[in-house]
Design a protein around this ligand. Structure first.
Ligand code: GYE
Length: 330
């Protein structure tokens, strides 16, 4: 009798331990929110800890999220700007967990270092959609990734250099934020597909901003003579391209003297093609709002979703840049 009671007590203890481990009764992401399977946008509290405001791409991405939230009439958008600092983003994610967000959509500034906070969200039963750049964390720690194939963008840039420098040459690389999925992917893609006779002689980061790209380009121009030591530049985004153009102009370089390939396809990038500075602009689409909210609702309703959703993109060229410029949304 006594023995039976002991068994019963230990069974109850194990059961209660299991319940606490599941986050005090919060439902695992796969089951959806408490309104599942009938959640609507009116039930949705979406957390978007934006990584910063470093570029026109980012501004357009923020606008897309805010406009879509407004249009769909969601309950609440918790938006913050981490100013390109991972620690700020991590704090913002934690605050969203505290506030009981339905879904967290996270554009991670860098790839590494997300395991702990993603585990916390998972334990709280809040699904996380990784948006735009990727993370290195195990795929089981987040619901899905929606964004561009950054490696493919780098490969597309390589194809342009291969075309425009058929006899080979030397190029410089003005790279994005160190350790970011965008910079890592673009750098890898470029190296994977660049013809063997084209050498990358130097690579420095401009942190995806105009302001930081300018002195990096100035330093390159101190070290290497344009047209002699290098024939081209791969620039990881249009904002850095615009900063670099300022430095090139000041050094007496003319549009067309160098082969310049950039990424994003912003209005600024299109203008640089119209002005003859860029020979190609690899598209990277920031207008991810509609896809993010649609997936968030599915997750709330416990529906199945694709783990990897890649944006369909192309390459833009100077020949029709002037015609397309007025149609560009960002
Ligand atoms: O190319 C750049 C921005 O992560 C794809 O970040 C994004 C990149 C984009 O600052 O302009």
């Amino acid at each position: 009798m006594k023995k039976n009671l002991l068994v019963l007590i230990s069974v109850l203890m194990v059961a209660s331990m299991l319940l606490t481990a599941c986050g005090g009764g919060a439902k695992p992401a796969s089951e959806g929110a408490s309104c599942a399977p009938n959640c609507t946008y009116k039930d949705m509290v979406l957390c978007y800890p934006q990584l910063g405001a470093e570029s026109d791409w980012r501004t357009a991405n923020t606008a897309s999220i805010k406009e879509t939230a407004e249009k769909l009439g969601i309950k609440q958008l918790i938006f913050s700007d981490a100013q390109q600092k991972q620690e700020n983003q991590i704090s913002a994610v934690r605050a969203c967990i505290q506030q009981g967000a339905s879904v967290i959509a996270l554009p991670p500034v860098v790839e590494d270092g997300w395991d702990a906070v993603l585990t916390e969200a998972k334990n709280a039963g809040i699904p996380v959609i990784i948006v735009d750049r990727s993370v290195s964390a195990d795929a089981s720690l987040y619901a899905a990734h929606i964004g561009s194939n950054m490696e493919l963008e780098g490969e597309r840039a390589a194809a342009e250099f291969n075309k425009l420098l058929p006899n080979g040459g030397a190029i410089l690389e003005l790279s994005g934020t160190t350790g970011s999925g965008a910079a890592v992917g673009r750098a890898n893609g470029l190296r994977a597909k660049l013809n063997a006779n084209i050498k990358i002689i130097d690579s420095q980061t401009g942190n995806f901003t105009r302001a930081e790209a300018l002195p990096v380009m100035q330093a390159f121009l101190q070290k290497y003579k344009p047209g002699v030591d290098f024939q081209g530049i791969f620039i990881h985004n249009d904002d850095m391209g615009i900063g670099a153009i300022e430095a090139l102009k000041a050094a007496g370089v003319n549009p067309g003297d160098l082969v310049i390939v950039s990424v994003d396809g912003t209005r600024g990038g299109f203008q640089a093609m119209v002005d003859g500075w860029f020979q190609a602009d690899v598209e990277c689409n920031p207008l991810l709002g509609p896809q993010v909210f649609e997936m968030a609702l599915k997750l709330m309703n416990g529906q199945t979703i694709d783990h990897e959703v890649l944006t369909d993109e192309t390459v833009y060229y100077p020949d029709n840049a002037a015609d397309l410029l007025p149609t560009r949304k960002y």
